[in-house]
Design a protein around this ligand. Sequence first.
Ligand SMILES: [Zn+2]
Length: 100
Amino acid sequence: MSEIVEVPAEAFSSLVESYLNGNYRLYLIVEEMPEKKTFSCKEKSCGLPFDAYPPDDAHTDALLDPTKDAVERSYKCPDGHVNTLYWVKPPSGVFVATKR
Ligand SMILES: [Zn+2]
């Protein structure tokens, strides 16, 4: 029987220990939730900050120039200028850490 438990990072090591003592087999699943990012408007006379959310939890890095396999999204700054971002997948790794 498998069970997915979500725990705060602070409690993780003691939880792992208690499961290991209980003869469980542990799998580590690390998930990164899409995080809001803040950008500055590309219009030189503007530069106002605007928020952008990644389109999904795979494409989490934003570029200003189109690339292959990028997901294109347009955002408006508070002044109404359209800013286009190209979301790409970050370099893959086994573990993904979420910045605080
Ligand atoms: Zn603007």
